[in-house]
Design a protein around this ligand. Structure first.
Ligand code: HEM
Ligand code: HEM
Length: 547
């Protein structure tokens, strides 16, 4: 017995196990122990809404992997060739090498069609996930200090993803994607002064030229994914650096993070979730056809397909153009300004910039310079929530307008009626939605207050001895009461008195006045219902007036 123990001790002293030696070797060169000690115990809070960023991350990885596979077979060339692949209806037709290679990927490359479909479905889900993730961050105020820069990083990711999608969609050079490129060319040409130059630079000559597909290819497989990857890494590093926000609850404060350690709990969960995301995307890609380019045909400039649509994420930019009347003005007798395109082209970035700058606007209005690590419930910040919903309503109206022909055909409606509905809706709906959302948020705040003070309605009706009917209310558990009352209710900014203590008139600039007004819009009496206080609760539950 003792001999065995001695042997083991000697073995350990003599030579460490291979794994340990490898780890030591790596640590000497990479400092992995320190990094692992820091990273492995990192706490990550748990909430379903935090999965949205993860879906974006995992679908991004899927799109990267499938993109590499497609790159092995795709030929980014606009040279015309005669098709002799295995898709019989296209035999002998003239088409670009790009289109022919997309047909080959779909019919002749092993697993090609599945990978193409995973790539396309993955791209759609990637952008959906980014969009909803961005909304989660917006509506919970997770963009507040210290996360403003990460909001900007994230926002840039969103824009890069839109353009990666646009360039990818254009690559197969089918009738749909060619129509999309034609649309883009028109928009570029409408840009005053520099439009023609940019068009020449990008297309290398008259439309369609021979350069656009090879150029989009490099942008799509190298430039944009490279930038996306670098920025995703920076985004994640900042998340680790700031630590994740968490929702209010007992024991969760602005100075701690409550959750599970990265290793093993979070890693196991995230690993499993990666496979679920991959599995679901593959299942959809394996069963639902997307972009069947062989039914659409190769692109020819003289042909235009009806129902031409961009993928959903760029639908709103197309909608802005379709909503706009075709106005033109002629300057100096011979220079035409195409307002029908120019105005939507200005509104498109403006809508995005408004969202991008919102965190800075809010911190300016509220003069809030503190750090925030508790995610807010949207109802507790009605003005921000209402603004977000108003933005979304404008976005969706534009999206509907982007598919006005599809709506008209499928629902047997007049395309003019839809266009007019969108034109009016684009201005009116956001205003209605803004006020409606604020009302709903205030209603929900009242309900929270009521629940804290009077408990949950149980639906049990009792008749008292003197004949009165009452509904039994069940008090909320303390943790629930805490959650509903943990939020701050700041006071609005107030302007200093018009004259100072020496009787000298104090000058208040118009900007300062505007800020005070906006601040009342955020924190004034109309914007928040006073939350239940401990005194109120004690008074109600002490017996007097309790029901
Ligand atoms: C992150 C973002 C990406 C998005 C949103 C995206 C999106 C798309 C879309 C929508 C298509 C059209 C697919 C179709 O034919 O139906 C496409 C095609 C393509 N993508 Fe991507 N992609 C991304 C990343 C990549 C990467 C990283 C690569 C390569 C390393 C790549 C390589 C390709 C190739 C070669 C095609 C043309 C082949 C084909 O259309 O079948 N993509 N992409
Ligand atoms: C490629 C796109 C993106 C990826 C892969 C990504 C990934 C992630 C992940 C995994 C998290 C942590 C989990 C979570 O909160 O959901 C996160 C958090 C965050 N993301 Fe993104 N994100 C992307 C785009 C965006 C966009 C478009 C925005 C905003 C405009 C954004 C802003 C943020 C912020 C502020 C946080 C910190 C949230 C907190 O601590 O509560 N991200 N992101």
């Amino acid at each position: 017995m003792s001999t065995a123990t001695d042997e083991r001790t000697t073995a350990r002293r003599g030579k460490a196990p291979a794994g340990e030696r490898l780890a030591d070797w790596a640590d000497g060169r990479l400092g992995v122990y320190g990094a692992a000690k820091y990273g492995m115990r990192k706490v990550f809070p748990d909430h379903w809404s935090f999965l949205l960023g993860e879906i974006a991350l995992f679908s991004f990885i899927i799109v990267l992997l499938t993109g590499v596979y497609l790159t092995l077979f795709f030929v980014p060339s606009m040279a015309q060739v005669e098709y002799h692949g295995s898709y019989v209806p296209m035999q002998g037709q003239l088409m670009s090498e790009a289109y022919a290679s997309t047909l080959d990927i779909s019919f002749d490359v092993r697993g090609g069609l599945l990978v193409r479909q995973i790539h396309h479905w993955g791209a759609l889900i990637f952008v959906v996930a980014i969009f909803i993730h961005m909304m989660r961050v917006f509506f919970t105020g997770a963009f507040r200090k210290p996360r403003e820069i990460n909001w900007l990083f994230g926002f840039t990711l969103f824009i890069l993803a839109l353009f990666t999608g646009l360039t990818g969609y254009s690559l197969p050079d089918d009738l749909l994607s060619g129509t999309g490129i034609r649309f883009m060319e028109g928009a570029i040409l409408a840009t005053p002064v520099v439009g023609t130059w940019i068009q020449m630079l990008l297309f290398g000559g008259e439309f369609p030229g021979h350069d656009i597909i090879p150029r989009f290819f490099v942008i799509h497989v190298l430039l944009l994914p490279g930038l996306l990857l670098a920025l995703v890494v920076a985004h994640l590093i900042l998340i680790v650096f700031h630590k994740h926000t968490h929702y209010a609850g007992p024991g969760k404060t602005n100075t701690n993070v409550v959750g599970m350690p990265f290793f093993p709990v979070y890693m196991a969960k995230a690993g499993g979730f990666t496979f679920i995301v991959f599995g679901v995307i593959t299942l959809i890609a394996g069963t639902v056809t997307i972009n069947p380019v062989w039914t659409i045909g190769p692109y020819r400039p003289e042909t235009v397909s009806t129902n031409a649509q961009p993928d959903w994420y760029l639908g709103f930019s197309e909608g802005l153009v379709r909503m706009m009347p075709g106005w033109e003005i002629v300057l100096f007798g011979d220079y035409t300004l195409n307002l029908g395109l120019l105005i939507p082209l200005g509104v498109f970035p403006a809508m995005l910039v408004v969202l991008m700058l919102y965190p800075f606007f809010e911190s300016w209005v509220t003069k809030d310079t503190r750090e925030h690590h508790i995610a807010q419930r949207p109802r507790n910040v009605p003005t921000r929530t209402a603004f977000g919903m108003a933005w979304l309503s404008a976005y969706f109206v534009a999206l509907v307008a982007g598919g006005n022909d599809v709506w008209a055909i499928n629902f047997n409606l007049s395309i003019n009626a839809i266009t007019w509905f969108c034109r009016i809706g684009f201005f009116v709906l956001p205003v209605l939605v803004f006020f409606l959302t604020r009302r709903i948020c205030l209603g929900l705040q009242r309900r929270d207050r009521d629940k804290v003070l009077h408990g949950r309605e149980t639906g049990i009706i009792k008749r008292l001895p003197h004949g009165e009917f009452i509904e039994v209310h069940e008090p909320l558990p303390p943790a629930e009461r805490y959650k509903l009352t943990a939020h701050e209710q700041p006071r609005p900014l107030s302007l200093p008195p018009a004259v100072d203590e020496n009787g000298v008139e104090r000058k208040v600039g118009p900007l300062e006045k505007l800020r005070a007004r906006l601040s009342r819009g955020y924190y004034g009496e109309q914007a928040q219902i006073p939350k239940a206080t401990a005194e109120e609760y004690r008074e109600i539950t002490s017996g007097h007036g309790h029901h």
